[in-house]
Design a protein around this ligand. Sequence first.
Ligand code: 57M
Length: 359
Amino acid sequence: MLYKILYMFQSDINWFNVFRYITFRSVLSTLTALSISFLFGRFVIRTLKELRARQYVREEGPARHKAKEGTPTMGGCLIIPAVVVSVLLWADPTNIYVWLVVAVALLFGAIGFTDDYLKISRKKNQGLSGKTKLAMQITVAALVAIVLYLYPGFDSRLNLPFFKGVAPDLGWGYALMVVFIIVGTSNAVNLTDGLDGLAISPIIVAFGTYLIFSYLSGHIKIASYLQIPYVAGSGELAVFCGAVVGAGLGFLWYNAYPAEVFMGDVGSLSLGAILGTVAIITKQEIMLVLVGGLFVFEALSVIFQVGYFKITGGQRIFKMAPIHHHFELKGWPEPKVIVRFWIISIILALMAFSTLKLR
Ligand code: 57M
Protein backbone atom coordinates (compact mmCIF):
# COMPACT_ATOMS: atom_id res chain seq x y z
CA MET A 1 0.00 0.00 0.00
CA LEU A 2 2.67 2.48 1.04
CA TYR A 3 4.44 1.63 -2.18
CA LYS A 4 1.53 2.89 -4.28
CA ILE A 5 1.12 6.06 -2.20
CA LEU A 6 4.82 6.95 -2.21
CA TYR A 7 5.16 6.18 -5.89
CA MET A 8 2.35 8.65 -6.64
CA PHE A 9 4.68 11.43 -5.52
CA GLN A 10 7.65 10.29 -7.61
CA SER A 11 6.91 13.07 -10.16
CA ASP A 12 7.34 15.66 -7.37
CA ILE A 13 10.12 13.92 -5.45
CA ASN A 14 12.24 12.21 -8.08
CA TRP A 15 14.05 9.73 -5.81
CA PHE A 16 10.63 8.23 -4.83
CA ASN A 17 10.98 6.42 -8.14
CA VAL A 18 13.08 3.91 -6.23
CA PHE A 19 9.89 2.47 -4.68
CA ARG A 20 9.09 1.00 -8.09
CA TYR A 21 11.93 -1.49 -7.72
CA ILE A 22 11.11 -4.93 -6.28
CA THR A 23 14.65 -5.28 -4.94
CA PHE A 24 14.37 -2.09 -2.91
CA ARG A 25 10.92 -3.00 -1.57
CA SER A 26 12.08 -6.53 -0.72
CA VAL A 27 14.83 -5.10 1.47
CA LEU A 28 12.36 -2.67 3.10
CA SER A 29 9.91 -5.52 3.65
CA THR A 30 12.63 -7.62 5.30
CA LEU A 31 13.71 -4.78 7.59
CA THR A 32 10.11 -3.85 8.47
CA ALA A 33 9.17 -7.43 9.42
CA LEU A 34 12.43 -7.83 11.34
CA SER A 35 11.75 -4.64 13.28
CA ILE A 36 8.17 -5.65 14.10
CA SER A 37 9.01 -9.19 15.27
CA PHE A 38 12.08 -8.08 17.20
CA LEU A 39 10.45 -5.08 18.89
CA PHE A 40 7.14 -6.78 19.69
CA GLY A 41 8.71 -10.14 20.59
CA ARG A 42 9.09 -9.47 24.30
CA PHE A 43 5.51 -8.09 24.51
CA VAL A 44 4.05 -11.12 22.67
CA ILE A 45 5.95 -13.58 24.88
CA ARG A 46 4.69 -11.79 27.99
CA THR A 47 1.12 -11.83 26.64
CA LEU A 48 1.30 -15.53 25.74
CA LYS A 49 2.45 -16.26 29.30
CA GLU A 50 -0.39 -14.20 30.76
CA LEU A 51 -2.86 -16.05 28.52
CA ARG A 52 -1.39 -19.37 29.73
CA ALA A 53 -0.41 -20.26 26.13
CA ARG A 54 2.15 -22.69 27.43
CA GLN A 55 3.57 -25.84 25.87
CA TYR A 56 2.49 -29.23 27.14
CA VAL A 57 5.25 -31.72 26.37
CA ARG A 58 4.37 -35.27 25.27
CA GLU A 59 5.29 -38.02 27.72
CA GLU A 60 6.98 -40.30 25.20
CA GLY A 61 9.46 -37.66 24.05
CA PRO A 62 13.14 -37.40 24.90
CA ALA A 63 13.44 -36.94 28.65
CA ARG A 64 15.26 -33.64 28.25
CA HIS A 65 12.16 -32.14 26.67
CA LYS A 66 10.27 -32.36 29.94
CA ALA A 67 12.24 -29.31 31.04
CA LYS A 68 10.59 -27.40 28.22
CA GLU A 69 7.15 -27.83 29.73
CA GLY A 70 5.50 -24.45 30.20
CA THR A 71 7.48 -22.61 27.54
CA PRO A 72 5.16 -20.09 25.86
CA THR A 73 3.97 -21.33 22.49
CA MET A 74 1.94 -19.85 19.60
CA GLY A 75 4.82 -17.56 18.70
CA GLY A 76 3.39 -17.70 15.18
CA CYS A 77 1.09 -14.95 16.46
CA LEU A 78 4.19 -12.74 16.27
CA ILE A 79 5.57 -14.05 12.97
CA ILE A 80 2.45 -14.01 10.78
CA PRO A 81 1.25 -10.47 11.66
CA ALA A 82 4.80 -9.16 11.12
CA VAL A 83 4.81 -10.76 7.67
CA VAL A 84 1.33 -9.58 6.69
CA VAL A 85 1.87 -5.97 7.85
CA SER A 86 5.17 -5.73 5.95
CA VAL A 87 3.66 -7.23 2.80
CA LEU A 88 0.68 -4.87 2.93
CA LEU A 89 3.07 -1.93 3.30
CA TRP A 90 5.60 -2.78 0.59
CA ALA A 91 4.02 -5.17 -1.95
CA ASP A 92 1.93 -4.16 -4.93
CA PRO A 93 -1.70 -4.35 -3.68
CA THR A 94 -2.94 -5.05 -7.20
CA ASN A 95 -0.95 -8.31 -7.46
CA ILE A 96 -3.19 -11.40 -7.16
CA TYR A 97 -0.32 -13.71 -6.13
CA VAL A 98 0.40 -11.52 -3.10
CA TRP A 99 -3.21 -11.73 -1.91
CA LEU A 100 -3.33 -15.48 -2.57
CA VAL A 101 -0.27 -16.08 -0.39
CA VAL A 102 -1.61 -13.73 2.31
CA ALA A 103 -4.83 -15.79 2.31
CA VAL A 104 -2.81 -19.03 2.65
CA ALA A 105 -0.81 -17.54 5.54
CA LEU A 106 -3.96 -16.50 7.41
CA LEU A 107 -6.04 -19.61 6.72
CA PHE A 108 -3.30 -22.13 7.59
CA GLY A 109 -2.45 -19.90 10.54
CA ALA A 110 -6.09 -20.18 11.67
CA ILE A 111 -5.91 -23.99 11.44
CA GLY A 112 -2.74 -24.01 13.50
CA PHE A 113 -4.17 -21.50 15.99
CA THR A 114 -7.22 -23.72 16.52
CA ASP A 115 -4.97 -26.75 17.09
CA ASP A 116 -2.77 -24.86 19.55
CA TYR A 117 -5.75 -23.35 21.37
CA LEU A 118 -7.35 -26.77 21.89
CA LYS A 119 -4.07 -28.19 23.26
CA ILE A 120 -3.77 -25.32 25.69
CA SER A 121 -7.41 -25.31 26.79
CA ARG A 122 -7.33 -29.11 27.28
CA LYS A 123 -3.96 -28.77 29.06
CA LYS A 124 -2.43 -31.61 27.05
CA ASN A 125 -0.69 -32.11 23.72
CA GLN A 126 -3.91 -33.09 21.90
CA GLY A 127 -5.46 -30.52 19.63
CA LEU A 128 -7.45 -31.12 16.46
CA SER A 129 -7.64 -34.76 15.41
CA GLY A 130 -5.21 -35.66 12.64
CA LYS A 131 -8.09 -36.25 10.23
CA THR A 132 -9.81 -32.93 10.99
CA LYS A 133 -6.56 -30.98 10.65
CA LEU A 134 -5.74 -32.73 7.36
CA ALA A 135 -9.24 -32.12 5.99
CA MET A 136 -8.98 -28.40 6.79
CA GLN A 137 -5.54 -28.19 5.16
CA ILE A 138 -6.71 -30.02 2.02
CA THR A 139 -9.75 -27.74 1.75
CA VAL A 140 -7.65 -24.55 1.83
CA ALA A 141 -5.03 -26.01 -0.53
CA ALA A 142 -7.78 -27.11 -2.95
CA LEU A 143 -9.12 -23.54 -3.06
CA VAL A 144 -5.61 -22.31 -3.91
CA ALA A 145 -5.31 -24.97 -6.63
CA ILE A 146 -8.65 -23.95 -8.17
CA VAL A 147 -7.77 -20.23 -8.16
CA LEU A 148 -4.40 -20.90 -9.80
CA TYR A 149 -5.84 -23.38 -12.30
CA LEU A 150 -8.54 -20.93 -13.37
CA TYR A 151 -6.28 -17.85 -13.33
CA PRO A 152 -5.45 -17.01 -16.99
CA GLY A 153 -1.96 -15.79 -16.08
CA PHE A 154 -0.94 -19.19 -14.67
CA ASP A 155 -0.42 -22.48 -16.54
CA SER A 156 -0.51 -26.11 -15.43
CA ARG A 157 2.80 -27.18 -16.96
CA LEU A 158 5.34 -28.77 -14.62
CA ASN A 159 8.81 -27.21 -14.84
CA LEU A 160 11.52 -29.90 -14.67
CA PRO A 161 14.95 -28.61 -13.57
CA PHE A 162 17.91 -29.84 -15.69
CA PHE A 163 15.69 -30.76 -18.66
CA LYS A 164 15.73 -27.96 -21.21
CA GLY A 165 12.30 -27.15 -22.63
CA VAL A 166 10.61 -30.16 -20.99
CA ALA A 167 7.43 -28.96 -19.24
CA PRO A 168 4.63 -31.53 -19.38
CA ASP A 169 1.13 -30.08 -19.01
CA LEU A 170 -0.50 -31.99 -16.14
CA GLY A 171 -3.97 -30.48 -16.61
CA TRP A 172 -6.13 -31.15 -13.54
CA GLY A 173 -3.32 -33.32 -12.26
CA TYR A 174 -1.44 -30.10 -11.60
CA ALA A 175 -4.21 -29.03 -9.22
CA LEU A 176 -3.78 -32.30 -7.30
CA MET A 177 -0.03 -31.70 -7.19
CA VAL A 178 -0.65 -28.20 -5.81
CA VAL A 179 -2.70 -29.65 -2.94
CA PHE A 180 -0.03 -32.29 -2.23
CA ILE A 181 2.80 -29.72 -2.19
CA ILE A 182 1.03 -27.19 0.05
CA VAL A 183 -0.30 -29.75 2.57
CA GLY A 184 2.93 -31.79 2.47
CA THR A 185 5.21 -28.79 3.05
CA SER A 186 2.96 -27.47 5.81
CA ASN A 187 3.11 -30.75 7.71
CA ALA A 188 6.82 -31.29 7.02
CA VAL A 189 7.67 -27.93 8.63
CA ASN A 190 5.33 -28.80 11.50
CA LEU A 191 7.18 -32.07 12.13
CA THR A 192 10.57 -30.33 11.91
CA ASP A 193 9.65 -27.81 14.58
CA GLY A 194 10.78 -30.02 17.45
CA LEU A 195 14.00 -28.34 18.68
CA ASP A 196 14.85 -24.71 19.50
CA GLY A 197 15.29 -22.81 16.22
CA LEU A 198 15.29 -26.02 14.20
CA ALA A 199 12.42 -25.01 11.92
CA ILE A 200 12.72 -21.24 11.72
CA SER A 201 16.31 -21.12 10.46
CA PRO A 202 15.78 -23.46 7.47
CA ILE A 203 12.59 -21.43 6.83
CA ILE A 204 14.72 -18.26 6.68
CA VAL A 205 17.17 -19.99 4.30
CA ALA A 206 14.37 -21.39 2.12
CA PHE A 207 12.53 -18.08 1.84
CA GLY A 208 15.79 -16.26 1.15
CA THR A 209 16.28 -18.70 -1.72
CA TYR A 210 12.74 -18.26 -3.02
CA LEU A 211 13.13 -14.48 -2.70
CA ILE A 212 15.74 -14.74 -5.44
CA PHE A 213 13.79 -17.35 -7.42
CA SER A 214 10.69 -15.10 -7.31
CA TYR A 215 12.66 -12.12 -8.61
CA LEU A 216 14.21 -14.20 -11.40
CA SER A 217 10.95 -15.84 -12.51
CA GLY A 218 9.20 -12.46 -12.58
CA HIS A 219 11.89 -10.85 -14.76
CA ILE A 220 11.25 -11.76 -18.40
CA LYS A 221 14.82 -11.15 -19.64
CA ILE A 222 16.59 -12.97 -16.80
CA ALA A 223 14.08 -15.85 -16.88
CA SER A 224 14.69 -16.23 -20.59
CA TYR A 225 18.48 -16.18 -20.16
CA LEU A 226 18.35 -18.76 -17.35
CA GLN A 227 15.73 -20.75 -19.29
CA ILE A 228 13.38 -20.86 -16.30
CA PRO A 229 9.62 -20.25 -16.64
CA TYR A 230 8.65 -16.59 -16.77
CA VAL A 231 5.65 -15.97 -14.50
CA ALA A 232 4.40 -12.41 -14.96
CA GLY A 233 3.80 -10.81 -11.56
CA SER A 234 5.61 -13.48 -9.52
CA GLY A 235 8.42 -11.00 -8.82
CA GLU A 236 6.23 -9.37 -6.15
CA LEU A 237 6.57 -12.57 -4.09
CA ALA A 238 10.17 -11.49 -3.47
CA VAL A 239 8.69 -8.80 -1.23
CA PHE A 240 6.64 -11.49 0.55
CA CYS A 241 9.67 -13.78 0.96
CA GLY A 242 11.66 -10.86 2.33
CA ALA A 243 8.97 -10.29 4.96
CA VAL A 244 9.19 -13.95 6.05
CA VAL A 245 13.01 -13.74 6.24
CA GLY A 246 12.78 -10.61 8.39
CA ALA A 247 10.01 -11.89 10.67
CA GLY A 248 11.87 -15.22 10.99
CA LEU A 249 15.11 -13.49 12.05
CA GLY A 250 13.26 -11.48 14.68
CA PHE A 251 11.52 -14.62 15.97
CA LEU A 252 14.83 -16.56 16.00
CA TRP A 253 16.18 -13.96 18.44
CA TYR A 254 13.72 -15.42 21.00
CA ASN A 255 13.44 -18.99 19.70
CA ALA A 256 17.21 -19.61 19.71
CA TYR A 257 18.39 -22.21 22.24
CA PRO A 258 17.30 -22.13 25.03
CA ALA A 259 13.99 -21.01 23.49
CA GLU A 260 11.87 -18.40 25.25
CA VAL A 261 8.97 -19.16 22.90
CA PHE A 262 7.88 -21.82 20.39
CA MET A 263 6.13 -20.90 17.15
CA GLY A 264 3.29 -23.39 17.65
CA ASP A 265 1.24 -24.94 14.87
CA VAL A 266 -0.03 -21.42 14.12
CA GLY A 267 3.47 -20.67 12.91
CA SER A 268 4.71 -23.97 11.47
CA LEU A 269 1.59 -24.88 9.47
CA SER A 270 1.34 -21.37 8.04
CA LEU A 271 5.02 -20.98 7.12
CA GLY A 272 5.12 -24.40 5.48
CA ALA A 273 2.00 -23.68 3.44
CA ILE A 274 3.38 -20.29 2.34
CA LEU A 275 6.62 -21.94 1.23
CA GLY A 276 4.74 -24.53 -0.81
CA THR A 277 2.52 -21.88 -2.42
CA VAL A 278 5.48 -19.64 -3.36
CA ALA A 279 7.28 -22.63 -4.89
CA ILE A 280 4.21 -23.39 -7.01
CA ILE A 281 3.60 -19.81 -8.21
CA THR A 282 7.24 -19.32 -9.19
CA LYS A 283 7.06 -22.72 -10.97
CA GLN A 284 9.98 -24.00 -8.91
CA GLU A 285 7.96 -26.85 -7.41
CA ILE A 286 10.52 -29.63 -7.96
CA MET A 287 13.27 -27.31 -6.66
CA LEU A 288 11.39 -27.31 -3.34
CA VAL A 289 12.57 -30.88 -2.75
CA LEU A 290 16.11 -29.47 -2.68
CA VAL A 291 15.53 -26.06 -1.08
CA GLY A 292 13.21 -27.59 1.55
CA GLY A 293 15.25 -30.79 1.64
CA LEU A 294 15.60 -30.71 5.42
CA PHE A 295 11.82 -30.65 5.82
CA VAL A 296 11.50 -33.48 3.30
CA PHE A 297 14.15 -35.48 5.18
CA GLU A 298 12.36 -34.98 8.50
CA ALA A 299 8.98 -36.00 7.08
CA LEU A 300 10.45 -39.06 5.33
CA SER A 301 12.08 -40.18 8.58
CA VAL A 302 8.62 -40.30 10.17
CA ILE A 303 7.05 -42.08 7.20
CA PHE A 304 9.77 -44.73 7.12
CA GLN A 305 9.76 -45.10 10.93
CA VAL A 306 5.98 -45.56 11.16
CA GLY A 307 5.88 -47.82 8.08
CA TYR A 308 8.73 -50.03 9.30
CA PHE A 309 7.20 -50.13 12.79
CA LYS A 310 3.92 -51.42 11.37
CA ILE A 311 5.51 -53.90 8.93
CA THR A 312 7.87 -55.42 11.52
CA GLY A 313 5.36 -55.32 14.38
CA GLY A 314 7.29 -52.91 16.55
CA GLN A 315 10.87 -52.50 15.26
CA ARG A 316 12.31 -49.06 14.55
CA ILE A 317 14.78 -47.73 11.95
CA PHE A 318 15.68 -44.70 14.06
CA LYS A 319 15.93 -44.40 17.83
CA MET A 320 13.03 -41.95 17.44
CA ALA A 321 11.43 -39.97 14.59
CA PRO A 322 11.54 -37.25 13.37
CA ILE A 323 15.26 -37.66 12.74
CA HIS A 324 16.31 -34.80 15.04
CA HIS A 325 15.19 -36.88 18.03
CA HIS A 326 17.32 -39.80 16.78
CA PHE A 327 20.48 -37.70 17.08
CA GLU A 328 19.32 -36.34 20.45
CA LEU A 329 18.98 -39.91 21.73
CA LYS A 330 22.42 -40.71 20.27
CA GLY A 331 23.76 -38.17 22.77
CA TRP A 332 24.20 -35.12 20.55
CA PRO A 333 23.53 -31.96 22.61
CA GLU A 334 20.47 -30.07 21.28
CA PRO A 335 22.46 -27.05 20.01
CA LYS A 336 24.75 -29.36 18.03
CA VAL A 337 21.78 -31.07 16.33
CA ILE A 338 20.24 -27.69 15.54
CA VAL A 339 23.33 -26.03 14.05
CA ARG A 340 24.30 -29.09 12.01
CA PHE A 341 20.78 -29.18 10.53
CA TRP A 342 21.11 -25.45 9.74
CA ILE A 343 24.37 -26.19 7.89
CA ILE A 344 22.61 -28.89 5.84
CA SER A 345 19.81 -26.48 4.90
CA ILE A 346 22.35 -23.88 3.71
CA ILE A 347 24.20 -26.48 1.61
CA LEU A 348 20.90 -27.56 0.03
CA ALA A 349 20.03 -23.94 -0.83
CA LEU A 350 23.44 -23.44 -2.48
CA MET A 351 22.92 -26.64 -4.49
CA ALA A 352 19.55 -25.28 -5.65
CA PHE A 353 21.19 -22.09 -6.93
CA SER A 354 23.82 -24.13 -8.76
CA THR A 355 21.09 -25.81 -10.83
CA LEU A 356 20.01 -22.47 -12.29
CA LYS A 357 22.52 -22.68 -15.11
CA LEU A 358 22.77 -26.47 -15.40
CA ARG A 359 20.40 -26.92 -18.32
C1 57M B 1 4.83 -31.38 15.68
N1 57M B 1 5.79 -30.75 17.72
C2 57M B 1 6.83 -30.93 18.70
C3 57M B 1 5.81 -26.53 19.60
C4 57M B 1 6.09 -26.25 18.14
C5 57M B 1 3.34 -39.06 13.89
C6 57M B 1 4.34 -38.35 14.75
C7 57M B 1 5.69 -38.30 14.12
C8 57M B 1 3.83 -36.94 15.08
C9 57M B 1 4.85 -36.10 15.80
C10 57M B 1 4.18 -34.86 16.34
O1 57M B 1 3.43 -34.92 17.25
N2 57M B 1 4.52 -33.75 15.75
C11 57M B 1 3.94 -32.49 16.16
C12 57M B 1 6.06 -31.41 16.48
C13 57M B 1 6.59 -30.05 19.93
O2 57M B 1 6.60 -28.68 19.45
C14 57M B 1 5.39 -27.99 19.53
O3 57M B 1 4.71 -28.15 18.27
C15 57M B 1 4.91 -26.96 17.50
C16 57M B 1 5.21 -27.32 16.06
N3 57M B 1 4.08 -27.98 15.51
O4 57M B 1 6.06 -24.86 17.85
O5 57M B 1 4.74 -25.73 20.05
C17 57M B 1 7.73 -30.24 20.91
O6 57M B 1 8.95 -29.93 20.25
C18 57M B 1 9.84 -29.29 21.15
N4 57M B 1 10.23 -27.99 20.59
C19 57M B 1 11.40 -27.41 21.03
N5 57M B 1 11.76 -26.20 20.53
C20 57M B 1 11.01 -25.53 19.57
O7 57M B 1 11.40 -24.42 19.13
O8 57M B 1 12.11 -28.00 21.86
C21 57M B 1 9.45 -27.36 19.65
C22 57M B 1 9.82 -26.14 19.12
C23 57M B 1 7.64 -29.27 22.08
C24 57M B 1 9.11 -29.16 22.49
O9 57M B 1 9.42 -30.28 23.31
O10 57M B 1 6.82 -29.83 23.09
C25 57M B 1 6.88 -32.39 19.08
O11 57M B 1 7.95 -33.00 18.94
O12 57M B 1 5.82 -32.89 19.48
N6 57M B 1 5.41 -36.83 16.93
C26 57M B 1 6.63 -36.62 17.24
O13 57M B 1 7.35 -35.81 16.67
C27 57M B 1 7.18 -37.52 18.33
N7 57M B 1 7.72 -38.67 17.65
C28 57M B 1 7.23 -39.92 17.79
O14 57M B 1 6.27 -40.15 18.46
N8 57M B 1 7.89 -40.86 17.08
C29 57M B 1 7.46 -42.27 17.10
C30 57M B 1 6.61 -42.60 15.89
C31 57M B 1 5.26 -41.92 15.98
C32 57M B 1 7.31 -42.10 14.63
C33 57M B 1 8.68 -43.13 17.01
O15 57M B 1 9.74 -42.63 16.60
O16 57M B 1 8.55 -44.32 17.27
C34 57M B 1 8.29 -36.84 19.06
N9 57M B 1 7.84 -35.61 19.66
C35 57M B 1 7.57 -35.50 21.00
N10 57M B 1 7.62 -36.52 21.77
N11 57M B 1 7.26 -34.32 21.55
C36 57M B 1 8.79 -37.80 20.08
C37 57M B 1 7.84 -37.85 21.23
